[in-house]
Every structure is written in C-alpha cells, then in structure tokens.
Design a protein around this ligand. Structure first.
Ligand SMILES: *Cc1c(COP(=O)(O)O)cnc(C)c1O
Length: 476
C-alpha cells in the first residue's frame, strides 16, 4: 500500500482512541479547576521554550502531540473558567455549552449559509427568536453571531452607517465615504474602547466622536446629550451603554432614546454583559427603553457562560443590517424563505457554527435558570462588596447595582501613595493564586476591579477570596 494511504487509514483507526484520551485530559482539567492556583505569575521565557522550538520536518503521532501540548501549556493556563476568577468581565462555560462546543468541533459545520449547514441555520434562527423575546426587542430584529462584542459593535455601527446615509440618498457600500454626507457620532466619555475601535475601522473616525459627560457612576448625562443634539444638523448616531465595564452602571436608555428619536437618529446600545440583566425580573428596569434601540451588541462568552468566542448583534432594521454585511458573490444563491444565510448578518463568510453553544446554554438554563444566574452573581458581588467594606482602609467606589465591584485601599503608612498601595494589594492577591482580580483606573484613582460572572462561583468562593484580599491589605 502507498504510504500516504496507509497513514490516512491508521489516523482514522487511531482517532477514537485519541479523542477518548483527550476527553480524559479535558476532565482532569475541569475537575481540577477549583483547586488549581487561579492565575499565578508565569515566566514568559520558560513557557515559550517549553512550547516553542523549530517545526519538526516529520509529523508526530497525534496522541503524543496532544499529550505534549497539554503538558507544555499547563503552567500558562489561567483558571478563568473556574469559580474564583474575577478579572475583566470573563464568564466560565456551562457544562451544556462546553459539550455543545465539542460537538461543534467534530461536526465541523461551516455556518456560512443554509446549504452549507441547515442545522447551524435552524439553530441560529431559533436563538434569534428566543433572545428577541427574552430581551423584549421587536420581532423583525435580525441577529448576527460574532466573535465577540467588539465585532458586534462594529457590525451594528456598519448597519447604522448604511441606514443614516441611505436617508441622504447615499449608498455607502457602493460609493464609499469619499464625498458622502458627514455623519455625527455621539458617544459618552465612558463608552467602551471597542466603540472607538469600530469607528476607526468604519472610516467614521474615532477622534471625531462627540463625547457626552457622565455622572459619578459613569452614566451618560441625557440633558447634555439633548443640548449636543440640538446643535447638530447632520444625521446622528448615538452610542449608549448598558453595563459600564468598571461600575456596571447603565446609561438612562429611555431618556436617551427619546432625544435620539426627536433628531431622527440611530441609537446603538452596547450591552456586552449588561443586556443579560433583562433576563432577571429584578434588574430588567435597568434596561428601560431598550426596545427603542436601533441596534444592540451583546456578548455570550461573558455572562451567559459559553466558551470563547461568542457575541451577538441585533439590528431592528434588518434591511440595513443585510445591506451592510452582504457579500454579493456571483456564486451565491440566496436560500429559500425558510432558510437563513448566516453570512448576511456578520462580516465573516466561512465561520464556526457558534449558535450551537448559545442554544445549549440557553436551553440548559431555561428562563428561570438564566434569571437565577444573573441574580446569584449580582448577589455574590454584593456579598463581596459588603465583606470588604466592613474593614478599615477599604473603600467601595461604586454603587454595586450589578456584578461589578470597584475597591481602593488606604495604605498603612500615611506617607505612602494610595494608588501604589492599591496596585500592591492587587499584585499580592494575584500572587496567592487564591483568586484573580485586575486593576483599573476610575475617576483618576487606581482601583481593584472585581467582576462576578461565573456560573460556578459559590458563597464560599466569595468568602475565601475576600479573606485573601483582606489579608493582602492587612499584611501592611
Ligand atoms: C467586553 C466588552 C466589549 C468588548 O467585547 P469583546 O467580547 O471583548 O470583543 C464591549 N463593550 C463592553 C461594555 C464590554 O464589557
């Protein structure tokens, strides 16, 4: 037999064995998540040398490749999927979502179009109807599955650019921006960096955005917005936010929507994690007016707890969404009424079938489980904040309205710099490996940022972590 054919046959033969052994490796990791140090410092050079070297000329046995890979990267893995990781806004992965993600890999569907994977199309369409209902968006709203909220913001703002210029009889996809009527873009001082990244990619100029000031919690000032809009004569795109990355605060969406309506503008809401508050009857009021948004960007890989990467973009004007993203390829024949061509709603053509994990997460939680996940993590954030606040020299800098807590620490010596001390406490906590918290700057103060976004975090995890944080501070 020809050696190539022989190798293919043996690879196929060994595949089941390889995947079973890989499953054991995976289980070892997830079962050990609770116990492993969360994110201790690593030596980058050591890590690189255990992973690196030259690409071998001859291929290795797959089983050996996987074994060696998992050993080599071990020291560089962060337990962000575990219960005591509170950095950035990073969720874990619900068991059903991980399992669906495994299947997504073995099914290897191209979620490009209905014909490429009817299954992926049906699942994405189902998630669309579930989520527009859950979020209270208009029934005709279109949905794209993205890699994350940065791409969701990008996609939404591309749809806005289309719609606003179409009203000026300018087809921006066909003619480009040169000579086009100028759009005015209004954000807040606290808009997420990815909004400005979207503007920079869309030719709208991140430096041209007019930034409305915010209050002590980072909420856009709607009165200032109204007066900014009064002075503008060009078509306007307003970017509001549901869930500030530092404080968790929500812009007053209903008031903002009213201003934008008066000026016939486009309202985009970045609700990367905050949008999930809609699932909780107790927090839903934070999103009052969301049904009036023209577009909404959301992450699934944060609070919904699906594996990376997974984001969502909703656009009420599906025609604008489609026009901004469609490929217009000559070989591309649109699917019949019943089919969904996923590529019409995102920048990618071929892509991973991300709908499966979102579907599995939602189905495994149900409405009640999702509401419970949101409520529970918010209550745990409050517990953390209460535990820390009960101690001398610890200040909570935000109103804990959601799952985010900002903390600063007063140095033991009055001569020491408070910012340096807060950074030192963060460094010490990270070093312990008990939990992982990051730093941020809030209103010119260095602060510890704690985000409780993981489905598996318990009260005990919060208590143990609060103790570790307080120990780092008390050590002086
Ligand atoms: C995380 C986040 C983003 C960016 O999302 P990615 O998934 O990292 O691309 C945008 N806006 C807000 C408010 C966020 O919290």
């Amino acid at each position: 037999m020809d050696t190539h054919v022989h190798r293919q046959a043996s690879l196929r033969f060994a595949r089941s064995d390889l995947l079973r052994k890989t499953c054991d490796l995976a289980l070892e990791f997830v079962d050990g998540l609770d116990a492993r140090p969360v994110g201790p410092p690593v030596d980058p050079a050591g890590l690189l040398s255990s992973v690196g070297g030259v690409l071998p000329v001859e291929g290795e046995e797959p089983e050996r490749v996987v074994q060696r890979l998992s050993q080599a990267v071990e020291r560089g893995l962060v337990a962000s999927a575990g219960p005591r990781y509170f950095g950035f806004v990073i969720g874990g992965s619900l068991p059903a979502a991980v399992a669906a993600d495994w299947l997504t890999s073995v099914w290897d569907q191209n979620a490009f179009s209905f014909v490429a994977s009817p299954a992926a199309a049906a699942v994405e369409e189902t998630v669309r109807s579930w989520l527009i209902d859950l979020f209270g968006l208009a029934p005709e709203t279109s949905l794209g599955f993205t890699t994350g909220c940065t791409m969701s913001n990008f996609t939404a703002l591309a749809a806005a650019r289309h719609a606003l210029l179409r009203r000026q009889n300018w087809n921006v996809e066909e003619r480009g921006l040169a000579g086009a009527p100028a759009l005015a873009v209004v954000t807040s001082e606290e808009s997420h960096v990815s909004i400005f990244a979207a503007l920079q990619m869309l030719g709208l100029g991140r430096g041209r955005a007019i930034k409305v000031s915010t209050d002590g919690q980072g909420r856009m000032n709607p009165r200032e917005l109204a007066s900014v809009l009064e002075k503008l004569t060009n078509p306007v795109l307003v970017c509001a936010q549901a869930g500030n990355v530092n404080t968790g605060a929500f812009d007053p969406i209903a008031e903002i929507a009213e201003c934008v309506r008066r000026h016939n503008g486009w309202l985009h809401v970045d609700g990367a994690f905050g949008m999930w508050a809609a699932a909780s009857p107790h927090r839903r009021a934070l999103l009052k007016g969301i049904e009036r948004a023209d577009s909404v960007a959301v992450d699934s890989h944060k609070w919904l707890n699906v594996p990376y990467d997974s984001g969502l973009v909703f656009v009420r004007d599906a025609v604008a969404h489609h026009a901004a993203m469609t490929l217009n390829a000559p070989y591309y024949v649109p699917s019949p009424e019943t089919g969904r061509d996923n590529n019409n709603w995102v920048a990618e053509a071929s892509r991973r079938a991300r709908g499966f994990t979102v579907y599995a997460a939602l189905r495994s939680l149900g409405r009640r489980g999702l509401a419970d996940l949101i409520e529970r993590t918010c209550a745990l954030a409050k517990r953390m904040s209460d535990r820390l606040a009960a101690n001398a020299g610890v200040q909570i800098l935000n109103d804990v309205v959601l799952n985010q807590v900002l903390v600063s620490f007063t140095p033991p010596s009055p001569k020491a710099d408070p910012d340096d001390w807060t950074m030192e406490v963060i460094r010490r906590v990270q070093e312990t490996g008990t939990c992982w918290v990051g730093g941020t700057t809030w209103h010119n103060l260095r602060a510890m940022r704690i985000s409780v976004s993981n489905w598996s975090t318990t009260e005990t995890d919060i208590d143990v972590s609060a103790e570790a944080i307080l120990d780092a501070h008390r050590l002086g």
